[in-house]
Each structure stands twice: as C-alpha cells, then as structure tokens.
Design a protein around this ligand. Structure first.
Ligand code: CP
Length: 309
C-alpha cells in the first residue's frame, strides 16, 4: 500500500504509477464491499467540507456520497452566494476558517491555482474538484478507473480525447495520468480549442505517443475509447466564438455503428449536445457507469488520505 496519508490532491502530475495503481485497486475493493453493504464505518467521526464555488452535480455529490458511504459526515456549500464570500471574504480567509472545523476539504473554484492556494494555508488535506480551466485530478483518476474496468486493462489502448481540449480540465489532468501507461492518445479539437501548447511540449519531451487532428470520424476508426468533452461556454470571453464552435463535434449512434461498433464512449458530463441521446441505449455508452465510478475512486482517495487503508 502506498502512503498518501495527509497528502493534498491537486493535479494529475503529482502521482506515481504505483500510487495510481493503488488508488484504483482500493476503489475496486470499495466497489466490491458496496455490493454487499450500503456503507462502512471507516471514517466515523470524520468531517469532509465540500466547498463548491462553481456549479457541480457529479463531483460534489459523489464526494458527499463517498464520505457518507465511508461513515463520515459532510458540511459545505454549493455556491459562494450563500457564504460570506458574497460579503467580500477572501478564499484564503474562507479556507483558514473552515480548516478549523473539518478533517478534509474537497473544493471547486473558478480560478486556476485556487486549490493550491487553499492547500498552502489549510492543515486539512485539500482535494481539487476542479480549478477553472486548470486541473481536475479526481475526475482523471475515475476516468482511468473506467478505462480499466470497461476494457480490462489500460496498456495498449488508443484513447481519443475530443472537444474543448483548451479549457477542459479533465483532459489536462488526464494526460498526466495516462502518461504512466503504454497507451496512444489522439487529440481531436477545432484549431481554437487545441490542447494547450505547454501540455503538448511536455508530452513531446516525455516521449508520449500522441497525435493531433480535427477529424473525429477518422480518429474513431482505430480507437478503443472515445472521451468526449463539452465545449466550455463559461470559459469563452467572446460569446460569438462559443456560438461558432459549440456544434464542432456531435457523436451519434450511426457514427459509432458505421465507424467502430466496439468503441467505448466516455464523457465526464455534463453533456450539452456533443453526444446524441440515441447513443445512451448502446452498450458502448459508458458515461453513466463512469459517473458511478466517481464514488468508488473518491472513497479510495478519502480513505488513503486519512490513512484508513
Ligand atoms: N464531471 C464533472 O466534473 O461533473 P460536474 O461538473 O457535474 O461536477
């Protein structure tokens, strides 16, 4: 077992291969335990703060579910308007205060680097649930867990990442996680939304196998996994540019059936229009199973960080 006790979870680049394997194995163990019981009492007495300064459905509720299933409790908020941030309180003062109350902090905030700022002043470990267009490491771990459970392995897989790769924090964390595995990445995006240059440079320097294209249909032919992402409206300074790009890629059932019927389709969700609902009934559609995996992976992270496993 690796030692993650007391560690912050801030970005995808922080993990070793051994740590990633361990997190996924512990997640698997919790999944099996929840097959036969509703919950555990491993975290009895512990309190998690779920601080969501930006909207969320899956990340917040799966963190909360994970903590409850482990026997712990949750406090927090789902928007900053109901807190003293609306009176002008800073992020640092908010975190310093909540740090007096809880054992763990899971947070989402619109500013890149906000989780790192929080971790620099908190004694409690901080789990980054998304910092603007920066990082979303717990999502990337659950994505990897989904690839492993759906495909039986990660090594040897071709993974197509499609959509808003510029602003998508899940893919920014994902590439840092996938680099530990022998898989090929294909980045599909319109020119304006390509993977940031500094990430491309890093992947080149590391010798990672990847390709860039704007042609989704061509990329699908050799893919094992398609990871669709939403065009992130909230990150656009120019609404007209969003309107121009929002329909860049729309996956539908016919595309899967004609190009690659064995494709596994993933999406961190929420989706807007980039996966047609006619895909949902196909066995290829893994995105709701992926959302469920968030509970197991976040249980694993919480248990490892508190030193309970
Ligand atoms: N995947 C994800 O981050 O979803 P939410 O925005 O609903 O948390």
């Amino acid at each position: 077992m690796v030692d993650l006790k007391g560690k912050d979870i801030l970005d995808g680049a922080q993990f070793t291969r051994e740590e990633i394997d361990c997190i996924l194995d512990v997640a698997d163990d919790f999944r099996k335990q929840l097959d036969t019981q509703k919950g555990l009492d491993l975290l009895k007495g512990y309190v998690l703060a779920a601080l969501f300064f930006e909207p969320s459905t899956r990340t917040r509720l799966s963190f909360e579910t994970a903590m409850h299933r482990l026997g712990g409790s949750v406090v927090g908020f789902s928007s900053a308007e109901s807190t003293s941030v609306s009176k002008g309180e800073t992020l640092v003062d908010t975190i310093r205060t909540i740090d007096q109350y809880v054992d763990l902090i899971a947070m989402r905030h619109p500013a890149i680097g906000s989780a790192r700022t929080a971790a620099s002043v908190a004694n409690a470990p901080v789990l980054n649930g998304g910092d603007g267009a920066g990082q979303h490491p717990t999502q990337a771990l659950l994505d990897l867990y989904t690839i492993r459970t759906e495909g039986g392995k990660v090594d040897g897989s071709t993974i197509v990442l499609c959509g808003d790769l510029k602003n998508g924090r899940t893919v920014h964390s994902g590439v840092e996680i996938y680099k530990h595995f022998n898989c090929k990445l294909v980045f599909v995006a319109p020119d304006q939304l390509r993977m940031p240059a500094e990430i491309i440079e890093r992947l080149r320097a590391q010798g990672s196998a990847f390709e860039e294209t704007s042609d989704l249909a061509a990329a699908l032919k050799g893919a094992d996994f398609l990871y669709m992402t939403r065009i992130q409206k909230e990150r656009f300074a120019d609404p007209a540019e969003y309107e121009q790009l929002k329909g860049s890629y729309v996956l539908n059932r016919a595309m899967i059936e004609s190009t690659n019927p064995r494709l596994t389709v993933m999406h961190p969700l929420p989706r807007v229009n980039e996966i047609d609902t006619d895909v949902d009934a196909l066995p290829n559609a893994a995105y709701f199973r992926q959302a469920q995996n968030g509970v197991f992976v976040r249980m694993a992270l919480i248990a490892l960080i508190t030193g309970k496993v």
